[in-house]
Each structure stands twice: as C-alpha cells, then as structure tokens.
Design a protein. Structure first.
Lengths: 218, 218
DNA sequence: TAGATTGTTAATCGATTAACAATC
DNA sequence: TAGATTGTTAATCGATTAACAATC
C-alpha cells in the first residue's frame, strides 16, 4: 500500500538485508543521531555504500543528494516497507522449550504480528498460562481458526507432527508459516510462504566452518 | 583431515546447502533407500540436478557414472565433511527460555558439538539443573574456561550483555560463536567465526513477504 | 554393448561493485 | 558557488544452469 511505486520483484538477497538496516537505523535513532550517509552506514554495517544505495533505491529515493539520509525518516520508511505495524494475527503450535521462547519473543520484541493462540497436545500444558495466553488443546485448532482467522502459523513441533498438522492448517486457509521443524514444508504447497529457521542446519554450518579453518592451519 | 584434496575456498552458498543434503540423505538412509541419482534428489529437494552434482564435486567424486550415488555412503561422507562427530566443546550463556530450548536441542539432536557448561547471572537459576548440567554463575566463566578450554560459545543473552561479555570470551580464547542476540558481533573481531540466528530478522522477512504478496493481489 | 548418469567445462543469469552525472 | 553525496547506469564478479564427453 505504501510507496509501491518503485517496488517490483525485489530479490530475496535484498529482502533479507532489510531487517538489518532497520535494526541499525533504529539503534542510531535511539542514540539520537540525526543524519547518516551511505558511507558511514557502510562502515558500521559491513556492506558497501554502493549496495546500501542500490538496496534503498529498490523502494524509493529516501536520501538527499549532498546530504545523506535522515535517520528517523529512513528508519520509519523501512519499518513501513517491512510492515512492522501490520499486526498479522498468528498462532503458535507447540509449547515446548522452543515454543515458549518464541512466544515470549513474539510478545515482547517482534513486530508485524499479533499472537492470538497457543496450542499443544500435552495434557499437562493445556490450560496453563504462557505469556498472557492460555495454552489450548490442538483439538480446538479448527474451531479457533474458523473464529479468529489467523494469517500465519508458527510451527514449534517435531517433524512428524508438522507432516500431520500442516495439511490441516493449509486446509483452514493458513498460507504463511514460520517453521522451526526440520521438515521442508515449502515443497508441499505452491502458494505458501514459508520462512524456515533450521537451527540444526545453522549449527552444522558453524561446525563445518570451524573444521575447515582448523584444517587450513599449518 | 578427511578428503581435503579437492576442497578449496568453498563458497558460503555451497556450505549452507550441505546440512540440507545431510538431512535429506539421512532421511532416505533411515527409510532404507540404497541408491539415488542427482535427478531424483533434485525432485525431492528442489535444487537442480546440476547444482547437486556441482556442489558434491567441490569435495570429491562420490558418485558412479551411469549409476548414481549410494545413499549411505554419500550421507556419511557429507557428515564427515560437516564434522558431525567432531564433538567440539562448547558453553552456553543465558539460561532463559531460548537458552533452555537450545540446551535441550544441543544435547539431543545436534551433533558436532559437546555442551560442557551453562551460565547465567540470575541467582534463582544458578545451581539448578538443565538437561543434566548445573547452571553456573557467570562469574565462574573465566576459571571454567581456563580449565576446560571450550571452542565455541552459544550466546542466548540480550544485546547489552553480549556487548559486555563478548570481549571477555574472546580474551579467553574463544573464537567461534553461535549468536542469538541482535548484536552483530562479527564486526568486532577479524578472526572470529560467527553464526548468527537473528529470529527477529527472520520474522520480519516473513512479514515483508506476506505484505508484499497481499499488495500484489488485485 | 547400450543406456544411464556422473564429473566437468562452457554459457547464462543475477547480484555486487564501481563510476559518474545529477543535484542538494 | 564548491563540496558532498545521492540515484542510476555500466562493469565486474560469482553462482547457477546447461551441455556433453567420460565411463560405469
């Protein structure tokens, strides 16, 4: 809705850098810094100034020639582009350690989403409170979704459970997933948006890099 | 150590795909599948067959012409490349929700690392048990590291705490970090390997993609 | 042997960087 | 105005895909 003028097929490489810009600019804004040039930002963030200008200009000309960018304005602009105040309704499935961590994360820090329901199938957990929300029985999923129409589901359940549940969620109209399981859900649905957080993959990558560095030493 | 013959400056794009290969091949192996061609794997994983062959050949010729790859052999080979049985000693700092989730994750699922210590500065947590390890006072960090020489540190603490602690960890010889904070630690040390998991960034990316798709609908 | 599929080289595509005219 | 820095086009670099000879 906002400034869609220029936007057209933004590449994933650019999209993945946006939150980083937002993070840094927010930090500068809170520190009371007013103005910044792409060159200065480049030094702070480790991107080239050229890339920063290139990235920003996918969405519009936010700077002033000869002057640079106004931190607060640019920050808000990127916030809007990201949709930090969209408040998309979402549900979280799986209230284990990870689910609990994500739930508190979602309530306190994250923006752009509004957590409306938490589900688990452990009788010990059902009915208890987590960050101001009562944990519901997975059996209630269908009625709950019919009523509240969540847009996104956070999947903090094991692989096998996702294989079972994802079809149900899809059938209920959910097309967006934040997936923490090892299951590659994106292969299944052509019109779903899936953001994966594969912690194991991340850790293995680190392991490779450590091994690799060690083997390159004399 | 193993098959370093071909390996030379592997790109991050390739490295990030390795755990995914490992995951899929492991799954096939467990299902008792013996043989697979790059074409079949391509259909399952959503990479092109060409890319799969290209990737694997960074490390060696693991296949047989006219036949394909032996699943178990290829899986083990990639496991070795990743270093899944290296058992690098590591410590975890921050036993909040996320830290707890990661600790159980590390003990049960992840490979390549061995968690030897957990630290927090909350008196309520210190001394309690988490996944078979006692939570220690952050004040003991130095003596503990001198004694056990961990190679990697998992950072499950807030940004401000990382700013303070990272220098200490670096001074104690730790050069590898699995960083869950919003602080970009990699900018600080030229010789550190940092694997970031920025959950907020991931979530914001998802938010952007949802907004973007909605705005492109009629 | 014929068919299949690899390993590898060449072609294409996309992303990053450099350069510079426009302009505040 | 002169200096600075953007927005944007062109050049470079790297990653992916296609093609095919080698060979099981």
């Amino acid at each position: 809705m906002i400034n869609m003028a220029k936007r057209e097929n933004i590449s994933m490489s650019v999209i993945r850098r946006l939150p980083r810009y937002y993070r840094f600019l927010n930090h500068l804004k809170n520190k009371g810094i007013n103005r910044i040039s792409s060159k200065e930002l480049s030094a702070k963030m480790g991107f080239t100034a050229s890339q920063i200008r290139q990235d920003l200009n996918c969405f519009g000309g936010f700077g002033q020639q000869g002057y640079g960018y106004i931190v607060e304005q640019l920050c808000d602009e990127i916030g809007n582009i990201l949709g930090v105040s969209n408040g998309y309704k979402c549900i979280l499935i799986g209230a284990g350690n990870l689910g609990q961590a994500i739930a508190s994360h979602l309530s306190f820090e994250a923006q752009g989403f509004h957590l409306t329901g938490i589900f688990d199938n452990d009788p010990k957990k059902i009915g208890t409170n987590l960050n101001g929300l009562v944990i519901r029985d997975t059996a209630e999923l269908e009625s709950f979704c019919k009523e509240t129409q969540p847009v996104m589901a956070v999947l903090c359940i094991p692989r096998a459970a996702v294989e079972r549940l994802s079809d149900q969620l899809y059938a209920m109209g959910i097309r967006n997933f934040w997936n923490f399981s090892h299951y590659d859900i994106a292969m299944k649905y052509h019109d779903a948006i899936v953001e994966n957080v594969h912690l194991n993959d991340s850790l293995m990558t680190l392991c490779y890099r450590i091994s690799d560095q060690n083997s390159q030493k004399p």
